[in-house]
Every structure is written in C-alpha cells, then in structure tokens.
Ligand binder design. Structure first.
Ligand code: ADP
Length: 808
C-alpha cells in the first residue's frame, strides 16, 4: 500500500507515467477510485509511486484498444496525485487519485517496463472575473440542484457540500465530473479552458438531461399506474371469486358459463348469431349472477341456443306416398288433393316458387287445418300451428325489443323453437281474422315472413339477428278472402273448399269422425256403432253447416253417453240404430227444415246468400202500407244490399205499367223490405233479384214459389248480372231441399264444381232478365190490379189480420 504525498505543481520537463483510462474522464479537484488491471498500467503506477506519486490521466479515444499508444489517447488530460493504492488478490490495483490540474502532452516515450512516459505542460485556464459569471453560476447551481433532486442517482447532501464554492473553475469541474453523460462530452468539457464556456455547456447538458428524466418519470408513472390497475383488478376478481365460493355459487357460475359456451358452439348458429351470443355471454359473466339484468341476458342466450339453426327433417319426396297419406286422412276433396300433390311436385322441381304459399279457403270445419297437418305428415316434416285470429299487434309476429320488460320473441320464432327444425310446415290459421291498429300492422310483418325474397333474412325484434325462414313450408287458411290484404293474397295460391253435401258428410262421419271419436273415448273395440239413419238424422236435425264441426261435436256427445253405458255395464244398447235414442242423447233437435216458408206467399222470396260459414238461405220479406211512396229497409242489410233494394224499387217503378202495377200506387204506398237476422250474409249485390221479386210479388199480389231459391244482381233496367259464391249457395239450396235454383246465365260455368249428387237433385234455371226471374218465381203471371183503392183496402185488411204495427 502506498500513501502518496500531496504536491500540486509539476516540475517543468519532468516525465511522468501515463495512465490511459478506458471509460472515464478525471477532472481536477476530484477524488476518484478506480481499478488498474493492464500490465503496462500497473508498471506505470508502480513507477509513479516510487517517483513521488504524480501521474497523468487521460481518456482513450477508443475504449476497446488494449495497448494504446500516445496516438490513441486524448492529448489533454489531468495531472493527478496518487493518494492510495491497494493491491488486490488477483494482481489488480485499486487506486485512489486526486485530480490536480489540466495538462497537455508535450512529449512522450516508452519506458523499458512497457508503459509510456509523458512530459506534460500545465495548460493555463482563463479565469474570468467573478462578477462576469456570477449569474451564470447561480443558474448552473440551481439547475444542478434540481437535477440531483429528480435524477435521484446522486446524494443530495454530499453534492451540495461539493458545490459550495464560488470558484467557477472548480465548480464547473466538480459538476462535470458528476454528470452521467458519455465520455466524449466529458472530454469536451475538460478541453474547454474558459470556465464560462464550461458553464454554458453544462447548463445545456443539464437541460437536456432533465427533459429526459422528466419524460422517463412520466412514462414510469404511466407504467406504474397501469400495473397498479391490473393488479387491482386481479385482486378484486380474486376477491369476488372467493366471496362467491364462500357463498357456495362460485364453482356453479363457472360451470354454467362453460355449459352455455358449449351449447352455443353445439347450436351451430349463423356467424352473426354466434358472435352475438358469445358477446352476450361475456357480458353475462361480468354481471352479478342473481341480478335482473343477468336473467335477461341468460334468457336471450337461451333463445339463441334453442331456435333451430341447422337441424332439418329429412323430407319425403315420394309423391305416391304423399297421396296415400292424404287419402288416409281425408275423404273426398279429390280436386283439392290433386292440387296439393301438384304443388308438392312443383316444389321439388323449382327452388324458389312464386306465390309458394297454399291458402285453404272455406267455411269452418271443412278440414282446412287437418289438411295442412296431413301435408306435413305426407312430406315428413314437423308441423306447427299459429292462429292469427285476433292478432293485431306487429309485435305478436315479430316480438318485442329486449329493452321491454318481459320481452319475448314473436310467434314466428316461437313456432320455430317449437318445431325444432328449420324446415317445418307452419300453418298460419285464420289469416283473414287478423286486424291492424295503432300498434303496427301485423300483415306487413307477415308479408315479410311469406315473401321468399325477404324471409331468408327475417328479423325478430327480440332475437335481433337475421334468421332464415326460407326452408319453411307455409300454409294458410281463411274463411273469407276479401279481408286479407291484397299483397298477401297475391302471395298465395288459393284452394277453395266449399263444404260437403249430406252424402259426403255421411261418408266422412262413417270413415273418419266416428272411428276417431270412438278411439278418443276409449270405445274402439267395445261394439259401438251408429246406423246411417241415425247419422243422417244428426246431420239434418242437429247441424246446419257446410263443414263438419257440429257433426263431430254431436258424435262426441253420443260417445260420452255411450262411454258411461260401457262403464255401467249396459252393453245391450251400444248399437245406436234408433233416431229416438239419438234424440235422447242429443236433446231436442236444433234445426228443422224451414216448413213455414214452404207455402207460397205474397211478398216472400227465397234468396241464396254466401256467408263466412258457407252458403245459406236468405228469406226476403216485402210488405206494403198506406203512405207516400217511401221505401224502408230493416234487418241485416249492408250498404250494398240497401242499394240493391233501391235498384229493385227503381226497376219496379220503371216497369210498373208493363207489370200491371198502377203508377199512382207508388205515391200512395210505402214499401218495407226486411231481411231476417238469422243468416248473416256478406254484404253484396247478389240479393238484388230476390228483393225485386219480393217487391213485385207484394205490389202485384201474386205469391212467390216457396220451392225456388234465387241469387243474382239486378240493374235498374232489369238485367241480371252474375254473382260469386255459387257453389256454396247451391250446397245450401241442396241442404234446404229447394226444388229449383234461379241463377244468372253467366254463372252457368260455376256449376261444373258442384258435386253430381247435388246437381242431380236440383233444377237450374238460368236467366238474363228480371222478367224471366218473375215468370219462373211467381206462381202465376201478373195481372193488372183493378184499382188502387182496392189494393189499399187489401193491404189494410192484411195489416189487421197480421195485427202488426209496421213503421212508416
Ligand atoms: P277447419 O280447419 O276447416 O275449420 P278442421 O280441419 O278443424 O276444419 O276439420 C274439422 C274436423 O272435420 C276435423 O276433425 C277433420 O278431421 C274433419 N274433416 C273435415 N273434412 C274432412 C274430410 N274430407 N275427411 C275426413 N275428415 C274431415
């Protein structure tokens, strides 16, 4: 160990050892320890110690040079005194030196021991006047203090002591020595001989460093905050898990989410739907499991999972088999079945059919919905039914938005869930009973459902992702077509089922209704039977309908009674062959053939009407009374029927003379036309000729034939125009045991749809004019009435007889 003496100045011309420094610059006034390892440097160090302890320290230009020559080092360095050397166990020296002053190499030579010796000239610093640099110095110290504070790498107290000096040369060197900057910058400062220059350079360095430190700090702060946030979240999540576990639901929640995730994957939804479901599941996971919001969320996911996305019934394409199924389920209806089979055939050949929707149109109970069910069975698809009767709200079809409390998908999506396959037969029952109000028009939503262009992207408000209905086979039913919105009508292929004749009803009852009801009542093999006579008796006395509803109901009623017999052991009377027994079961007959109107009467004409329940008989009454020529109308008359009555009256006036009616009559007599409420016909002009016949009969005092029924529109000039619903009307005439039917000639073509059995029992009279109607319908030709007074008397007599007080 060597403790050197301290001697500031250097003798001129004396050579001292050079110690090249790799990675540091030593400034005057500075004490610094470092390790010396290079052999040549150790030799130099030892030599210096032996020669009085002076040594020249200067930085290498390139730290990587192992054995630098004088050319590899900076020429300006610091003359220093060696304060202490300690030899370490590995042969290196740890040295403590103190910088004395700047020096510049004048001359150099290599010592035989391998180190360089240099002759150094002390460089003279330009010492400024203290006043010149005072302010600059103050700024420098201020900045340096700040730098120490924020950089936190230097000890504040030690540094404050070190810079307690007024000497600018010393101060700048001390500060420069402590800056954390590259060697080149430090060397540059060392080479500045004017302290004022050094001040400026150091201030610039401090500014830049401080900026760096500030940015660093900001970034560090941000990073720290982020880490803190992540840690906090992690901590809280763990805590929630722990709490839930403590409450005994933590594991279950995790399970549930996993199950939902699996189900979502298994549902094979559309991409859009799956993304939505997973997104919702993520939200759900973040919610408290028992909250109302979570329930809403869970329901939504459940709905997405439970509607079918790809499951499909394997369709039966065998038309022969389909035909067999249709025949099994339904008697008769040959034309209807034929059209159904054609429809199924075309469906197989054409992918997107225009107007692809079948619509069964007809009165209740004619088998419309059971036909639809049979079609589903025939093609082997699932069947679901949705009754549109009374649907007024678009939301019933399309659902409510999820923001509504208790929102659900609309019926269409619910039907699809129920069906469980993407290609069911969906029956939209009673499409004519749908109405619209302020809540939006359901028919426009239905349009979207039924339109093959639109229904592949049907959107339910609740489900809120598009859902394809393109594989669904829609079938609709309606009692009437005129209340169905036009655009919907255009989408549908309408198949009319007008109703059954007595004979057909008997067959249907025997083949289908009775076996079905026996089975339903557990009477299948109990020896129960109904004779044809009894069935016909039920049809005639207990039902008055185009379809089968009441007949089926009556049969069910008998089955109930018989079931009781079986249970009570009264097996002797299970074959019902006696109409009296049937009457006992069913009570007093509800209908009787209208006998009253069997006799020919003045002013009473029998019309044929078309109603939602099929065809019906419509009795029109006309009576006269003293008055001023007014026409009053009562009963169930719509606007168009009232106009028909006016037209009939006008016809009568214009033809009065030729009909033998005195002109004056019309100004002295009021006429009154009444249509009984019993039958509720659709408003229309087809009662025209009936009203006219009743009026003419009343004025002409000639009775109308009771066994003739008629339908037709009448013009003011007495022409008869064709009408609709002829088939149903003829079936009604047949039921009512009418002998002849008067029809407009243009309706002759409609007769081909009427079953032979019906056609054969009726006489058809085709007419062009009202005159022809009258000649057929009145029991005798009109003859001129002798006198108006006589007519009035007769009317008065009639009034007294009937005792009725008619309005005027
Ligand atoms: P709609 O839908 O037209 O009101 P349904 O389909 O409900 O009538 O039919 C009523 C009942 O009549 C059902 O039990 C049905 O099986 C029976 N039915 C109707 N027409 C026939 C038929 N042609 N063959 C067999 N049963 C029939």
């Amino acid at each position: 160990m060597f403790i050197g003496g301290k001697k500031d100045s250097l003798a001129v011309g004396v050579a001292i050892p050079l110690l090249p420094l790799r990675d540091m610059v030593v400034f005057p006034h500075m004490m610094i320890p470092f390790v010396v390892g290079r052999r040549s440097s150790i030799k130099g160090l030892e030599h210096a110690t032996s020669q009085g302890g002076k040594i020249f320290l200067t930085a290498q230009r390139d730290a990587s040079v192992e054995e630098p020559t004088v050319d590899d080092i900076h020429r300006i360095g610091t003359v220093a005194t060696i304060i202490q050397t300690v030899r370490q166990s590995n042969g290196n020296y740890k040295v403590l030196v103190e910088g004395l002053h700047r020096g510049k190499i004048e001359d150099s030579s290599k010592h035989p021991d391998g180190f360089h010796e240099v002759v150094v000239r002390a460089v003279v610093e330009q010492v400024p006047e203290p006043g010149e640099v005072r302010e600059a110095l103050q700024e420098l110290t201020r900045k340096f203090e700040r730098y120490i504070k924020i950089s936190q790498t230097l000890s504040l107290d030690a540094m404050l002591a070190a810079i307690k000096t007024e000497n600018p040369a010393k101060l700048t060197d001390t500060i420069a020595a402590h800056l954390d900057v590259p060697i080149e910058q430090k060397q540059a400062i060392l080479e500045m001989l004017n302290p004022a220059d050094r001040i400026a350079a150091i201030v610039a360095i401090l500014d830049a460093e401080m900026d760096k430190v500030r940015v660093d700090k900001r970034i560090n702060n941000q990073v720290r905050k982020q880490i803190e946030k992540a840690q906090k979240e992690y901590y809280l999540n763990e805590k929630i898990k722990a709490i839930q576990k403590e409450l005994g639901r933590g594991e279950k929640g995790g399970d549930e989410y996993k199950q939902l995730r699996d189900k979502i994957a298994a549902a094979r939804m559309s991409k859009e739907a799956e993304e939505r479901a997973l997104h919702e599941l993520e939200r759900l996971e973040a919610m408290p499991p028992m909250s109302a919001e979570a329930t809403v969320s869970r329901n939504y996911i459940d709905w997405l999972i439970s509607v079918p996305w790809h499951k499909k019934s394997r369709e039966n394409k065998d038309i022969k088999r389909a035909e067999r199924v249709l025949d099994e389920d339904h008697y008769g209806l040959e034309k209807v079945k034929e059209r159904i089979l054609e429809y199924l055939a075309v469906r197989q050949l054409v992918k997107k059919m225009e107007g692809t929707i079948l619509c069964f149109l007809g009165p209740p109970g004619v088998g419309k919905s059971t036909l639809a069910r049979a079609i589903a069975r025939a093609v082997n698809r699932k069947f679901v039914r949705f009754s549109l009767g009374g649907v007024r709200d678009e939301a019933e079809i399309r659902g409510h938005r999820r923001t509504y409390i208790g929102a659900l998908p609309g019926q269409i999506i619910q039907m699809m869930k129920k069906a469980g396959t993407i290609n069911p037969v969906v029956l939209l029952d009673e499409i004519d009973k749908m109405s619209s109000d302020f809540r939006g028009d359901p028919s426009s939503a239905l349009m979207e459902v039924l339109d093959p262009e639109l229904n592949s992207e049907f959107t339910d408000h609740y489900i809120d992702v598009s859902y394809s209905l393109s594989q669904v086979m829609f079938i609709t039913t309606a009692n009437v077509i005129h209340t169905v919105p036009r655009p919907l009508q255009d989408r549908m292929e309408i198949i009319r089922i007008p109703g059954y004749t007595q004979g057909e009803k008997l067959e249907i009852a025997k083949r289908h209704l009775i076996p079905k009801q026996l089975k339903a009542h557990g009477l299948a093999r109990k020896g129960v039977s109904l004779s044809d006579e009894v069935i016909n008796f039920i049809i005639e006395k207990y039902t008055w309908e185009a379809g089968m509803r009441n007949l089926e109901r009556s049969i069910a009623k008998i089955c109930r009674k018989l079931a009781r017999f079986v249970v009570e052991g009264r097996t002797e009377s299970l074959a019902v062959t006696d109409t009296a027994l049937a009457e006992e079961f069913l009570g007093v007959p509800k209908f009787r053939k209208p006998d009253l109107e069997r006799s020919n009467e003045v002013g009473l004409a029998k019309g044929l009407a078309w109603t939602e329940l099929g065809g019906d008989i419509l009795n029109v009454e006309a009576t006269l009374m003293r008055g001023k020529g007014k026409l009053s109308l009562t009963g169930k008359l719509g606007e168009v029927m009232q106009e028909s009555a006016q037209a009939a009256m006008s016809y009568l006036r214009s033809r009065g003379a030729s009909l033998g009616v005195d002109r004056k009559v019309f100004s002295r007599i009021d006429s009154h036309v009444h249509v009984p409420e019993g039958a509720i016909p659709k408003d229309g002009p087809s009662a025209g000729i009936t009203i006219a016949a009743a009026l003419v009969s009343a004025f002409g005092r000639v009775p109308v034939r009771a066994d003739v029924a008629m339908t037709g529109e009448v013009t003011l000039r007495g022409k008869v125009l064709p009408v609709g619903g002829v088939k149903e009307k003829i079936l009604a005439a047949h039921r009512a045991d009418v002998r002849a039917v008067i029809l407009p000639r243009d309706n002759k073509k409609d007769l081909k749809d009427v079953p032979d059995e019906v056609r054969e029992g009726l006489q058809f009279i085709f007419v062009d004019t009202m005159d022809e109607v009258l000649s057929e319908a009145l029991v005798e030709p009109l003859s001129p009435l002798p006198d108006i007074e006589e007519l009035l008397d007769e009317i008065a007599r009639e009034d007294r007889v009937s005792g009725s007080e008619l309005p005027n």
